[in-house]
Design a binder for this molecule. Structure first.
Ligand code: NAD
Length: 370
């Protein structure tokens, strides 16, 4: 495997997460060459220089186009707000770079389709930041499903709730603007859909509803502004497998901090997962004596790869940033031409089309085919 030279655009929440992953991946896994952290771009030269120092990058720029066109860079991490993704990803692919872009692909389906076309034309790897699929728990759930332990899946219920938009008195900011997308659906509904995609496959048709808990918000300096996005979404789904599903999203859900709640119901049992307890899964099977039946909790440990690469002791737990390190290694494997567990632009567009169908369905008040 060749040593990769990395460029990072953006150094906020996810930018730091990517930087930590690039810094740690070789030490954690021991089977990939240590990447060279070559260049970092931020909104200003001054911020870029400070962050390059902190995060261990050799050079800094206040102009992301200089980064994507730098001949010394192989892979570009894109961790800027959603509206920037199309221009940055397409420019990087056209400059012959591999791309690792945060989710969602774009704020409009047409832009996501352009990103996919650029990826196809470039022949480069174009991966998306769907880190939750990298949790060793998800591989375990996949195995439980493949082994038929819960029988034939007939229903799935996905919920994602956080409370970062719960306070009605919080100031209006870009997440309430229509230019940021639909709201809860594309802002974070894409995460449970990424889990659905890797565990149970695609969605055939949807019937959605979107709601605004607060019609307006206060504006900095006085006055109020109408909220343009929907912080709540509820969707009925019919999966390609024939199973039925429900997706319920709320980014104004007081008390919920990082909840992705997944329930998979089958003909012989049920699987339950909660992202707020990301190192465990609950399994119920209708086997054995009735008196002894009940949910059991399986804690992850070294027997659930790649947990063992982080910690030799079971039950000690991985964290959110560790999922990005796993994703980073999968990306490096894909770039080296190896089989890898990733959501790339080809799979990602399926999620974007599903979200688009859900939003159209909500606006038109009817079932919509994906
Ligand atoms: P953020 O606001 O914390 O960070 C964005 C960064 O981009 C900031 O540092 C900002 O200065 C920088 N930036 C803005 N304009 C720029 C420009 N023109 N050139 C260079 N840098 C620029 O945002 P965030 O929460 O990190 O979100 C970024 C992306 O990550 C979004 O697409 C979001 O949906 C995604 N995200 C993914 C996850 C996940 O679990 N995978 C979690 C949160 C956010």
């Amino acid at each position: 495997m060749k040593t990769l030279s990395i460029g990072l655009i953006g150094t906020g929440y996810m930018g730091k997460c990517h930087a930590l992953a690039w810094n740690a991946v070789a030490s954690v896994f021991g089977d990939v060459p240590r990447p060279r952290l070559v260049m970092l771009a931020e909104a200003s030269q001054e911020l870029a220089e400070r962050k390059a120092q902190e995060l261990g990058f050799e050079r800094a720029t206040g102009d992301w186009r200089a980064l994507v066109n730098d001949p010394g860079i192989d892979v570009v991490s894109i961790t800027t707000p959603n509206a920037f993704h199309p221009d940055m990803a397409i420019a990087a692919l056209e400059a012959g770079k591999h791309v690792w872009c945060e989710k969602p692909m774009a704020t409009r389906l047409a832009d996501a389709e352009r990103m996919l076309a650029a990826a196809r034309a470039s022949g480069k790897v174009a991966a998306l930041g769907y880190n939750y699929i990298q949790n060793p728990v998800m591989r375990l759930i996949r195995r439980i499903l493949d082994e038929g332990q819960i029988g034939r899946v007939n229903h799935v219920r996905l919920e994602m709730d956080e409370d970062f938009m719960a306070n009605a008195d919080d100031l209006f900011y870009w997440k309430s603007e229509a230019s940021s997308g639909h709201g809860a659906l594309d802002d974070f509904g894409v995460h449970p859909l990424s889990l659905l995609w890797v565990l149970l496959g695609g969605v055939r048709r949807v019937c959605g509803h979107m709601a605004k808990p607060y019609a307006e918000r206060p504006v900095q300096g006085g006055g109020r502004r109408a909220v343009e996005t929907y912080d709540i979404a509820t969707v009925l789904m019919e999966l390609e497998s024939g199973a039925s599903g429900v997706l319920a999203l709320n980014r104004s859900a007081w008390g919920r901090k990082g909840r992705i709640f997944v329930q998979i119901f089958g003909s012989n049992g049920t699987i339950v997962y909660d992202q707020e307890r990301m190192n465990e899964v609950q399994l119920y099977t209708a086997d054995g004596a009735k008196e002894a039946q009940g949910f059991r909790t399986i804690l992850t440990g070294p027997q659930h790869p790649p947990y063992d690469k982080f910690i030799p002791a079971p039950g000690h737990g991985l964290g959110f940033n560790d999922l990005k390190i796993i994703e980073c290694r999968e990306l490096m494997r894909r770039i080296a031409g190896e089989k890898a567990h990733l959501i790339d632009f080809e799979d990602g567009i399926r999620i974007e089309r599903t979200i688009d169908a859900m939003a159209r369905s909500a606006h038109e008040g009817r079932w919509v085919e994906v």
